[in-house]
Design a protein around this ligand. Structure first.
Ligand SMILES: CC(C)(COP(=O)(O)OP(=O)(O)OC[C@H]1O[C@@H](n2cnc3c(N)ncnc32)[C@H](O)[C@@H]1OP(=O)(O)O)[C@@H](O)C(=O)NCCC(=O)NCCS
Length: 180
């Protein structure tokens, strides 16, 4: 059975094993070695930080720092760790700051891809976003990310003509609104 679980110590070995296999939860850059070092240094601190999406800053491609915004992160679990899904939002609005390209992001470990897992995970996350007051979610993907595009379309994603502006070095994006 596929579940969303809160990052926690009881799931951390599975997460760390995926990092050790070279999987990176950040699709923009390879953070596997850095995260693995953090896990080894402080397991409890790592999971505590993981759950706090709104704390700290994000380093942009041009080196500037931007505030994180609130959100939720879940680890994907089928009896083993299989990926992550998160969403970010501003309370009371569906607008996002310019440096946040979409509400939802997800990644499935390569050895569990093409089993419908990302599609199912998004289906589990959308009602949680709705409970937080978000009636529709903006999701973006690279124009050539067919797998992600199919996940989005499976949930009724409506194509948005004007994708959010690109950051330096980013590929052309496709943007969609998905009803939660
Ligand atoms: C995108 C990603 C999360 C999809 O995960 P997944 O669990 O394999 O997705 P699903 O099994 O639910 O597949 C969804 C659809 O994409 C198709 N698909 C999956 N992998 C594919 C691939 N590499 N090439 C083409 N189509 C693919 C599936 O056949 C399925 O199609 P269908 O709905 O017509 O049957 C996964 O490829 C991934 O983690 N990629 C790297 C991170 C990433 O790109 N995240 C998204 C950022 S927007």
């Amino acid at each position: 059975m596929l579940r969303l679980v809160m990052p926690g110590l009881n799931y951390l070995d599975g997460y760390a094993a995926a990092l050790a296999r070279g999987w990176s939860p950040d699709t923009g850059k390879d953070v596997s070695a850095a995260q693995l070092a953090q896990v080894r240094a402080d397991r409890a601190g790592f999971v505590a930080n993981m759950a706090r999406l709104d704390v700290g800053t994000l380093v942009q491609p041009d080196g500037t720092l931007k505030e994180r915004i609130s959100g939720r992160i879940a680890w994907l679990w089928d009896g083993e760790f299989y990926g992550v899904i998160n969403y970010r939002y501003l309370h009371g609005t569906e607008d996002l700051p310019a440096h946040v390209s979409g509400h939802v992001g997800y990644a499935v470990v390569p050895w569990k891809q093409r089993r419908g897992y990302a599609t199912r995970a998004l289906g589990l996350m959308l009602p949680i976003a709705r409970q937080d007051g978000l009636r529709r979610a903006l999701i973006t993907c690279d124009f050539d990310n067919e797998a992600s595009r199919r996940v989005i379309e499976a949930h009724g994603g409506a194509f948005v003509a004007d994708a959010p502006p690109l950051q330096d070095g980013e590929k052309q994006k496709l943007a969609y609104w998905i009803p939660t």
